[in-house]
Design a protein around this ligand. Structure first.
Ligand code: AMP
Length: 421
């Protein structure tokens, strides 16, 4: 059907776009405060980047990518997330040579072949940050603080921050084996997805949402008990820093996140009233990713926030600001003969930064006054034949109801004076 958009996509209509601008502005303000700079990468990349960067055994790569072959027989994929692409750009443009610590942010559409439902779409938008270059826990704390402060600034409460450490290539294999031997005898009771995860990615079984899988992994060994000294030290320092900053968190040993590249810190922020899609932010450390993509070994940490979910949360808490539709002047020409003068006045006012509109629909004065009230307009400039002949307009103050005959050249001054009052 030509009049229906593809499943899982949504139009952002004019009535809603101010909500998006509001969130984007809040994001930009907070990134300025924390000195994260914007990076814009293409919406498609070589498929290979995501296979390497996200991991071939992840749900995203196995089931959710929009992959296509272009006319030059290249395999390309619409980005399902943006960390891998930011890392690609970081390497390609040698950003590591410019500064020791690169603090970057992005806002844009991502694409996943997910099952669409409220809060889950096939094209959705993420705001995310990536800090590349520091391995210490202080940057982890900063990254988490930025997410928490953003959500607070938007007015959201009822948020829960969950924290875990997923170890590193040194301690994770040991844990993996422990987990596999714990689950060995229980595999027949797991869902088919988890059965196939058992060999390839057993930690993902821990965050399977199916009840029977959760039951089977109930008493499983926890990764925090198997961390090597370095990971364990990093994790306790991070917890200390967050406590110092007054950030509340809950340890969640089941939090493993979907992507393969995470090391050490993993975190998620949930907004419970959203129900099944309660995760509004997810992130973690990825010390191995840059090297995996062929670059110099560089530690990194970041997160992504789902903008649609933030919008849903703000709607639920009635926190979205009123759209600013008000204008300074509505120009009402009384008949098509007055249109030239109306248009000249319109241009002049706009050149002087006065928000003005005129009647383009060639309607009568009654309709024009109604229209002016709809915005609402602070003034209406009525241009009748007699007034026009004298180079004047009837300027009506819509708040006081007072109207006076004003010279065209004085309108701007009158309006500006009123604005200063
Ligand atoms: P992820 O990259 O899966 O960690 O996702 C980070 C955040 O993006 C999640 O916490 C969600 O808020 C949001 N998100 C992920 N997938 C979708 C989707 N299909 N539709 C809408 N938001 C999503």
């Amino acid at each position: 059907m030509l009049v229906t958009g593809p499943r899982g996509t949504k139009d952002i209509l004019p009535a809603a776009s101010s909500n998006w601008q509001y969130i984007e502005k809040t994001v930009r303000d907070i990134c300025r405060l924390y000195l994260y700079k914007e990076i814009r990468t293409p919406v498609f990349e070589h498929t290979e980047l995501f296979l390497r960067g996200i991991g071939e055994t992840t749900d995203i790569v196995e089931k959710e990518m929009y992959t296509f072959t272009d006319r030059g027989e290249r395999s390309l994929t619409l980005r399902p997330e943006n960390t891998a692409a930011v890392v690609r750009s970081f390497l390609e443009n040698k950003l590591y040579a410019e500064t020791l610590l690169n603090k970057l942010f992005y806002i844009g559409p991502m694409f996943r072949y997910d099952r669409p439902q409220a809060g889950r779409y096939r094209q959705f938008h993420q705001f995310g940050i990536e800090a590349l270059g520091s391995k210490g826990p202080a940057i982890d704390a900063e990254v988490i603080m930025l997410a928490v402060q953003l959500l607070k600034k938007l007015g959201l409460d009822d948020l829960h921050l969950y924290l875990n450490s997923v170890g590193c290539p040194e301690c994770r294999p040991v844990y993996r084996e422990k987990l596999q031997s714990y689950l060995q005898e229980k595999t027949s009771n797991l869902c088919t997805d988890c059965q196939s995860r058992f060999d390839r990615n057993p930690m993902r079984i821990l965050d399977c949402k199916k009840e029977k899988c959760a039951e089977q992994s109930q008493g499983a060994p926890q990764i925090v008990d198997c961390l090597c000294d370095e990971c364990s030290e990093h994790f306790s320092q991070l917890k200390e820093l967050l406590t110092l900053a007054g950030v509340e968190f809950t340890l969640n040993p089941r939090l493993v996140r979907g992507l393969d590249y995470y090391t050490k810190t993993a975190f998620e922020i949930q907004y419970a009233p959203l129900g099944a899609q309660s995760a509004v932010c997810g992130g973690g450390r990825y010390d191995g990713l840059v090297a995996e993509c062929g670059g110099p070994s560089t530690p990194g940490i970041g997160f992504a926030v789902g903008i649609e979910r933030i919008l849903l949360a703000l709607e639920k808490q009635n926190l979205l600001p009123e759209a600013a539709n008000a204008i300074d002047v509505f120009i009402a020409p009384m008949g098509t003969a007055m249109q030239g003068m109306a248009f000249a006045l319109l241009c002049n006012l706009r050149e002087n930064s006065i928000t003005a509109e005129m009647d383009f629909m060639e309607k009568g004065i009654k309709w024009q006054m109604k229209q002016a009230n709809k915005y609402p307009a602070r003034f209406v400039a009525i241009i009748g034949e007699d007034e026009a002949a004298q180079g004047k307009v009837m300027l009506k103050n819509m708040q006081t109801g007072v109207q006076e005959l004003v010279d065209v050249n004085e309108i701007q001054q009158k309006i500006q004076l009123d604005m200063e009052d």
